[in-house]
Design a protein around this ligand. Structure first.
Ligand code: G
Ligand code: G
Ligand code: NA
Ligand code: MN
Length: 252
């Protein structure tokens, strides 16, 4: 069977799952999770770095997004203890999800199916996902935020969006691409670049996440920026659902 047919069948065959990577503050406290899709194919594991672009090409990616939105909403509908506050989970959406124009309905449908509040869910999109119909994308982002769904820009700073456009974006959070974190301990210019982006975000009332933080030295250097959040292997690898439940259980 070709890869396209295998991808088409992945949902029905129950081959998809997701892991969650923590976003933490400078004290290491859990603030949010990012959901990352996994495909356990019968011949082994396939990375989303390869199957997501294929799904986009085959017109299947919106199906995968819908599957993940539903799975995450289901996860969020089951707190460990009644009344326990829920840590938000963000789902990556692709350019195709925005192009279709019905992302807001699809997110709201997943939430209502599982009786989950909008602030339990976020979406992440890359700058590249915004390259198509800008006005259409803006409208959908505004709507998502109107409903209380958090919007983050992923891999910020390596796409081709102009800075002036990025300043107009209706988003809650910018995630600084991990390439910026390389060198913050050895190259003062790198650190100053991160400082400038953090300052810009703060003055625009946006949250900022430093992606791909891998060493204690990086964290120490970056901790001088108040309010900066971190996501990276230094704090945690992406975790299975069970490992997340354990983590949430041990949190206050
Ligand atoms: O988790 P990992 O590092 O293997 O992810 C590789 C790439 O695939 C990353 O760029 C990540 O954003 C992307 N990715 C992971 N899960 C999803 C998903 O559910 N939807 C989309 N559109 N991209 C994803
Ligand atoms: O494109 P996106 O930012 O969604 O990519 C997420 C991917 O980045 C995940 O697959 C995750 O495994 C990977 N990732 C997360 N933290 C780190 C890190 O500290 N270093 C590196 N190299 N990759 C990371
Ligand atoms: Na992402
Ligand atoms: Mn990223």
């Amino acid at each position: 069977m070709n890869i396209r047919s295998q991808l088409e069948l992945a949902v029905d065959r129950d081959e998809l799952s997701f892991v969650l990577q923590p976003k933490v503050n400078a004290q290491g406290e859990l603030i949010e999770f990012e959901a990352l899709m996994r495909w356990e194919h019968r011949d082994g594991h396939v990375s989303p770095a390869s199957f997501i672009p294929m799904a986009e090409e085959f017109g299947l990616v919106t199906q995968l997004t819908d599957w993940l939105l539903d799975a995450v909403a289901e996860f969020q509908s089951q707190p460990l203890r009644p009344g326990q506050s829920i840590v938000p989970v963000s789902v990556n959406v692709s350019a195709r999800d925005l192009e279709r124009g019905d992302l807001v309905e699809r997110v709201l449908k997943a939430l209502s199916r599982h009786g989950v509040q909008p602030d339990c869910l976020g979406i992440e999109l890359t700058e590249t996902a915004l390259l198509g119909d800008w006005d259409g994308a803006m409208e959908q982002l505004h709507q998502l935020r109107f409903w209380g769904i958090r919007v983050s820009v992923d891999d910020f700073g390596i796409g081709h969006s102009s800075l002036s456009r990025m300043v107009d974006l209706p988003v809650d959070c910018l995630k600084l691409d991990r390439s910026f974190m390389q060198g913050v301990t050895s190259d003062r210019r790198r650190l100053m670049l991160v400082r400038a982006m953090v300052d810009l975000c703060r003055s625009l009332n946006m949250q900022v996440v430093a992606e791909g933080v891998e060493t204690e030295a990086e964290v120490t250097r970056l901790s001088e920026f108040d309010g900066l959040l971190f996501q990276g292997f230094y704090f945690s690898q992406p975790l299975s659902r069970i490992a997340c439940r354990r983590l949430l259980g041990s949190a206050a």
